[in-house]
Design a protein around this ligand. Structure first.
Ligand code: CMC
Length: 432
C-alpha cells in the first residue's frame, strides 16, 4: 500500500510527531496512529468512530458523499440487476464472481448444510411462547458451537470455511423455526429443490397439512433485498463480530454477537421500527405532529428509516429498493395499501423540510424494506431477522478476512478516564 507522512506539531511542547498516512484503493487517506501512544504518549479520541478506520478490508467500499456502494469492486446497482444472493455470497467469500460450475457446487454445499441437528431443533421449544424471534436467533445461533465442534478451530482454514457455509445455510432454517415457534406451528424442514429464498418462504409459511407453492414475486423480491443487505463495511454489528472474533472466540459465538448488535433500532431494528412508527402516525394528517417531535431535541422520537452515519447524499440501496417497492406492490396488487401511501407522503414532506435538508437526512434502505416485507406477508417482528439472514454473509466474510490476516491482534480500544481522582478507602462508619 502506498504511503506518505504527515507531521503534527504539539502546541504544548513544540514537539513534532511524524505519522504514516495510508493510501486506500478508494476513499480518504488514513493517518496510521498505531505507534502514536508508544512514540508520543498520546491516545486519540473518537467516540462513535466518526473518523476512525478500524481495519483494512477488501470486501466493501462505500462513498457517503456520492451514494456509492461496491462489493469487491462491483457496483451494488449491477449486482442487484444481474446477480443472485448466493452468487454475491460466493463473491464476498472468495473474492471473484464464480463461473457456472463453482457456483453450482457452492449452491449444492449451502443446500446440503441447511438442516439443523435434531437436538438443536428441540431447543426452540424451550423459549417462551411469545419470545421475539431476534431473541431466539441470538440464543440459537450462539448455541451452534455446542453442536458443530468440528468447525470451531479458527486456526484451520477448512474449519473456517465449513463454519461459514453452515451459518449461511442454516440461518434461514433457524429464522423460520423461530417464527414457527412464536406462532405455535410445527417447524418445516428445508426442501433442497428450492432456491435460498424460496426455501425460506416455504419454511416460514407452509404447514405440513397443506400443499405450498413458492410465489416467484416474493422469492425474487427477497433475493434482491438480501443482496442489498449482504455487507456494509464496518457498521456496528460487523465491528462487533470483528471485535468478538479478535479475541479468538469461535465463529458461531461471533455471529451471535453480531445479531445482538444488529437488533438495536438505530441499526437493523430500524426496519421494524419504521412500521411501528407508521402505525403510530396512523394518518397523513398526523405527519406534521410527528415531524415536529422528530425535530424537538427534548423528545427522543426520531424519524425511523431516515438518516445514515455514512450516506450524506442518498443511500444507493434505498434508490433500488424504492423502485422495487413500487414493482412489488403493483405485482401483488397492493399499491393502495394505506401504510405505503402514508410512507410516501411522509417521505415527500420530510424531504422538503428544512430540518431534514440541512442535516442531509434521506430515507435509508430500511425505510422501504419493511414496506416490502409487509406486502410479502412477513410479520413485523421478523423484519430484523430477515436483515440478519442476509448480513450473515457479510459477517462471515469479514470474520474470515480478519482471522486470515497475518499479525491479527485482539481489538482493545483505550479510553479517556474522567472518573474520580485516586483516593483512599473510607471505613463504613466514617462515610458521610
Ligand atoms: N430523525 C430526526 N433527526 C435525526 C435523525 C432522524 N432519523 N437522524 C439524525 N437526526 C439528526 C440528529 O438529531 C442530529 O441533529 P443535530 O445536528 O441538530 O444534533 C443530526 O441529525 C445528525 O445526527 P446524528 O445522530 O449525529 O447522526 P449519526 O450518524 O450518529 O446517526 C443514525 C445515524 C442512522 C443512527 C440516525 O440517523 C438515526 O437514528 N436514524 C434513525 C434510525 C435508522 O433509520 N437506522 C437505520 C440505518 S440504515 C440501516 C443500517 O445500516 O443499519
Amino acid at each position: 500500500m502506498k504511503e506518505h507522512t504527515v507531521t503534527v506539531t504539539d502546541n504544548r511542547t513544540g514537539e513534532q510527531i511524524e505519522l504514516p498516512v495510508k493510501h486506500p484503493t478508494h476513499g480518504p487517506y488514513a493517518v496510521d496512529i498505531g505507534r502514536l501512544f508508544r512514540d508520543a504518549g498520546y491516545f486519540t479520541y473518537d467516540p462513535g468512530f466518526l473518523s476512525t478506520a478500524s481495519c483494512q478490508s477488501t470486501l466493501t467500499y462505500l462513498d457517503g458523499d456520492n451514494g456509492e456502494l461496491l462489493y469487491r469492486g462491483y457496483p451494488i446497482e449491477q449486482l442487484a440487476e444481474k446477480s443472485s444472493f448466493t452468487e454475491v455470497a460466493y463473491l464476498m467469500l472468495y473474492g471473484e464472481l464464480p463461473e457456472k460450475e463453482p457456483l453450482k457446487k457452492f449452491n449444492d454445499v449451502i443446500i446440503k448444510h441447511s438442516m439443523l441437528n435434531e437436538s438443536l431443533s428441540s431447543l426452540f421449544g424451550g423459549f417462551y411462547h411469545d419470545a421475539h424471534p431476534m431473541a431466539i436467533m441470538v440464543g440459537v445461533v450462539g448455541s451452534l458451537s455446542a453442536f458443530y465442534h468440528d468447525s470451531t478451530d479458527i486456526s484451520n482454514a477448512s474449519h473456517r470455511e465449513i463454519a461459514a457455509h453452515r451459518m449461511i445455510a442454516k440461518m434461514p432454517t433457524i429464522a423460520a423455526a423461530s417464527y414457527k415457534h412464536s406462532i405455535g406451528e410445527p417447524q418445516v424442514y428445508p426442501d433442497n429443490s428450492l432456491s435460498y429464498t424460496g426455501n425460506l418462504l416455504r419454511m416460514m409459511f407452509s404447514v405440513p397439512c397443506e400443499p405450498y407453492k413458492v410465489d416467484p414475486v416474493a422469492e425474487k423480491a427477497l433475493d434482491l433485498i438480501f443482496i442489498l443487505h449482504i455487507d456494509h463495511e464496518q457498521n456496528a454489528s460487523t465491528s462487533t463480530v470483528r471485535l468478538a472474533g479478535s479475541s479468538g472466540a469461535n465463529p458461531f459465538a461471533c455471529i451471535a454477537s453480531g445479531i445482538a448488535a444488529l437488533w438495536g433500532p438505530a441499526h437493523g431494528g430500524a426496519n421494524e421500527a419504521v412500521l411501528s412508527m407508521l402505525d403510530e402516525i396512523g394518518h397523513v394528517d398526523n405527519i406534521p405532529e410527528f415531524l415536529a417531535r422528530a425535530k424537538d431535541k427534548n423528545d427522543p422520537f426520531r424519524l425511523m428509516g431516515f438518516g445514515h452515519r455514512v450516506y450524506k447524499n442518498y443511500d444507493p440501496r434505498a434508490k433500488i429498493i424504492r423502485q422495487m417497492c413500487y414493482d412489488v406492490l403493483e405485482k401483488l396488487d397492493d399499491k393502495d395499501d394505506p401504510t405505503f401511501e402514508l410512507a410516501l407522503k411522509l417521505e415527500e414532506i420530510a424531504l422538503n423540510d428544512e430540518y431534514f435538508i440541512q442535516r442531509n437526512l434521506y430515507p435509508n434502505v430500511d425505510f422501504y424494506s419493511g414496506l416490502i416485507y409487509k406486502a410479502l406477508g412477513i410479520p413485523t417482528n421478523m423484519f430484523t431477522v430477515m436483515f440478519a439472514i442476509a448480513r450473515t454473509v457479510g459477517w462471515v466474510a469479514q470474520w474470515t478476512e480478519m482471522i486470515a490476516e497475518e499479525n491479527q491482534r485482539i481489538g482493545r480500544p483505550r479510553q479517556i478516564y474522567v472518573g474520580p481522582e485516586k483516593r483512599d478507602y473510607v471505613e463504613i462508619d466514617k462515610r458521610q
